[in-house]
Design a binder for this molecule. Structure first.
Ligand code: FAD
Ligand code: SF4
Length: 510
C-alpha cells in the first residue's frame, strides 16, 4: 500500500485535501469508531450518535465510489483503547508507506496520530483543511500584522479579501455591521407559532447507531429521542434551504432573543453539519447572499448571519491553532470552583438555567445566546474553573469540536485568556436575561433584587464578580465603566453582596 488516508469523524468530505491524488489501486481509506472518543469527555449521547452515523454514511458513500475503505466499527471484535492505538494497530497490519490526514480539529488528536505514525515508523503528512475560508498561515499573518486581535477587524479583512457583501472596496449598504439591529427581544407576546425546522427521521443506519449508543454509553448524559440532525451532504443542503426559506429573514432581528420551549427560534442548526464537513461554509455563505440578491432576506439578517460564519467561526479557529496548546490552560481570573452538578441534570430552581440545561440534554443543542449568556455567564460569575466549563461544552453539544468550542468557552464566554480574543468579559446581571427572554416570568427569583431573600443569583453574582475582580477589570479598557459602576456600593452593601454570593456558591456546589 502506498498511502493510507485517515478520515476523522469531523472530516466527512470526499473532496477534502487528504483525497488529493488518491489512487484506488495503491491507496486506501482508514476510519475508526473509538470508544475513547465518546468518553474523552462525558459526551451527550446525541453527540456520539451524530458522529458515528455520519461516519457510517460517509463510509457507504466512499464504497459506492469504489474506494477501498478499512472501517473499524465500534461493535466489531477489535476495540482499541484510543484513536492513536487503533491507528498504530492498523499500520502494523496494512503497512502503508505513508499516512495522509487533513488537519484534525483537535490538538490532542493531531498529537495522537503523530505519535502513532512515529511509533510505526511511517511518514505522516498533515494537509491543510480547505473547509475553512482562512488558512492558518493567512491567520498567522493577520496576527503578526495586528496590535490587537479583534473579530471585527478580522471579519472586515475577510469580507474584503473574499468579496463577500462588498460593493467595490465598500461594504454593501455602506455599513460593515448591523449588530445594533440584531438585538431584538420578543416582548410579552413572544415569537408566536413557529414552523419547526426540517428534521431528518433516522434511517436504518442511524437507527442501528442509536441502539449502539444506548447500549455502549448507557450512563452518558442526554437523550436520543429528538435525534433528527442532517447526517449526509444532501440532508445538510436541505437543512440550509429550509433555514433560508423560513428563518433567515428574521435571523438578524431575533438573533439574541430566547423563549421557553423554543430551542431553535430563527437559528440555522447548521453548525454540526458544517463542523462534520457535510456542507462547506462557502456554500452556506453563497446561498444566503443569493437569497439577499433575490430579495428573500434583508441585508441586516444576511450580514448578521455571514458575520457568524465568515467572522466568528473562522476567527475562533485561527485563535485555536495560533495559541494552542498553552491556550487551553488559561485562567485570567484564577477561577477554581467546580462546575455545579445541575449542569448535568437541569435540576435547579433558576428557571433560565433549568430551561437551557434541560433543552441541552434533550436536544444536544442550545443557540448562541443561551450558551453565552445563560450557562456560560453563570459559570463566569460563579467563578467556575474555565477548564471544567470547557469539558462540559465539549461534551454537551452535537456540534462540539475543540477548535471552535475551546476558544468560544475559554476566550469568549469565560474571558480566561484575559482579552486576547474578546475586548471585555460578557458579564451581565439577571436584568439582561429578563430583557432578552421570558424565563424570569416563571422563576422564584427577582432579577432587580441584589441581596434580598429572592434576589436573582445572576444579579448578586454579577456585582460580586465586578467587586472581586475590580483590579483586573480596570486593566481592560472596555470593562472599566462596568467595573466603576460597582463602586457605588457602600461598604455594608458590599458585605451583604459578598455574603449572599457565598451562600449561592455553597448552595450551587453542595
Ligand atoms: P446560528 O445561530 O444559525 O449561526 C450560524 C453559524 O455561525 C453557526 O452554525 C456556526 O457555525 C457559526 N457561529 C455562530 N456563532 C459562532 C461562534 N461564536 N463561534 C464560531 N462559530 C459561530 N459552535 C460550534 O459549532 N461548536 C461548539 O462546540 C460551540 N461551542 C460554543 C461554546 C460556547 C460557550 C459559546 C458561547 C458558543 C459556542 N459555539 C459553538 C458557537 C455557537 O453557539 C454555535 O455555533 C451555534 O449556537 C450553533 O447553532 P446554529 O448552527 O443554529 O447557529
Ligand atoms: Fe434566571 Fe434570575 Fe431570571 Fe431566575 S430571575 S430566570 S435566575 S435571570
Amino acid at each position: 500500500m502506498r498511502n493510507l488516508v485517515v478520515v476523522l469523524g469531523d472530516q466527512l468530505d470526499a473532496e477534502s485535501s487528504a483525497f488529493d491524488g488518491f489512487d484506488r489501486s495503491t491507496d486506501a481509506v482508514w476510519m475508526a469508531e473509538c470508544q475513547a472518543e465518546g468518553e474523552h469527555v462525558w459526551s451527550h449521547k446525541a453527540r456520539i450518535a451524530l458522529f458515528l452515523t455520519a461516519m457510517r454514511h460517509f463510509r457507504d458513500t466512499l464504497r459506492q465510489l469504489d474506494l477501498p475503505v478499512h472501517f473499524q466499527q465500534l461493535d466489531g471484535e477489535t476495540a482499541e483503547p484510543s484513536l492513536g492505538a487503533a491507528l498504530l494497530a492498523a499500520l502494523g497490519t496494512l503497512q502503508p508507506e505513508r499516512v495522509i490526514v487533513t488537519m484534525p480539529g483537535e490538538h490532542r488528536v493531531r498529537e495522537e496520530l503523530t505519535e502513532a505514525a512515529a511509533s510505526a515508523g511511517v511518514k505522516l503528512e498533515v494537509r491543510p483543511d480547505h473547509h475553512f475560508l482562512c488558512g492558518l498561515e493567512e491567520f498567522a499573518e493577520y496576527v503578526r500584522g495586528s496590535k490587537q486581535l479583534r473579530m471585527e477587524t478580522f471579519y472586515r479583512r475577510m469580507r474584503r479579501a473574499r468579496g463577500v457583501l462588498m460593493e467595490g472596496d465598500q461594504p454593501l449598504g455602506e455599513r460593515w455591521n448591523y449588530d445594533p439591529e440584531n438585538r431584538g427581544s420578543f416582548g410579552r407576546e413572544g415569537p408566536g407559532a413557529l414552523r419547526p425546522p426540517r428534521g431528518f427521521a433516522p434511517d436504518g443506519t442511524t437507527r442501528e447507531v442509536l441502539a449502539l449508543v444506548q447500549d455502549r454509553f448507557p450512563g452518558h448524559p442526554g437523550s436520543l429521542a429528538r435525534f433528527a440532525w442532517p447526517v449526509t451532504p444532501d440532508q445538510a443542503a436541505e437543512a440550509l434551504e429550509d433555514f433560508i426559506d423560513h428563518r433567515l429573514p428574521l435571523f438578524g432581528l431575533r438573533q439574541d432573543a430566547m423563549w421557553s420551549g423554543e430551542p431553535y427560534l430563527y437559528h440555522s442548526r447548521l453548525s454540526a453539519a458544517m463542523n462534520l464537513k457535510l456542507i462547506h461554509p462557502a456554500e452556506v455563505i453563497r446561498r444566503v447572499c443569493e437569497a439577499l440578491e433575490e430579495g428573500r432576506a434583508p441585508l441586516p439578517a444576511v450580514e448578521g448571519f455571514v458575520r457568524q460564519i465568515l467572522g466568528w467561526r473562522e476567527y475562533v479557529r485561527g485563535i485555536y491553532w495560533q495559541f494552542m496548546p498553552d491556550y487551553a490552560d488559561s485562567n485570567h481570573f484564577g477561577a477554581e470552583a467546580p462546575l455545579p452538578g445541575f449542569y448535568w441534570s437541569g435540576d435547579t430552581e433558576m428557571a433560565c438555567l433549568r430551561e437551557v440545561i434541560s433543552q441541552t440534554l434533550e436536544y444536544g443543542y442550545a443557540h448562541h445566546i443561551q450558551r453565552l449568556m445563560i450557562t456560560g455567564l453563570f459559570a463566569l460569575l460563579l467563578g467556575v474553573r474555565p477548564q471544567e466549563a470547557h469539558r462540559w461544552y465539549l461534551a454537551a453539544y452535537v456540534d462540539a469540536v475543540e477548535w471552535v468550542e475551546l476558544p468560544d468557552t475559554l476566550g469568549m464566554s469565560q474571558f480566561a485568556d484575559g482579552g486576547l480574543m474578546a475586548s471585555k468579559p460578557y458579564a451581565a446581571s439577571g436584568k439582561y436575561i429578563q430583557r432578552m427572554s421570558n424565563y424570569c416570568a416563571s422563576c422564584p427569583f427577582d432579577p432587580s433584587d441584589t441581596v434580598g431573600e429572592a434576589a436573582c443569583p445572576y444579579t448578586t453574582l454579577y456585582w460580586d464578580f465586578l467587586l472581586r475582580h475590580s483590579a483586573l477589570l480596570e486593566r481592560t479598557p472596555r470593562a472599566i465603566p462596568q467595573a466603576r459602576s460597582a463602586q457605588r456600593w457602600v461598604a455594608s452593601d458590599r458585605q451583604a453582596i459578598a455574603r449572599r454570593a457565598q451562600r449561592i456558591r455553597e448552595q450551587c456546589l453542595a
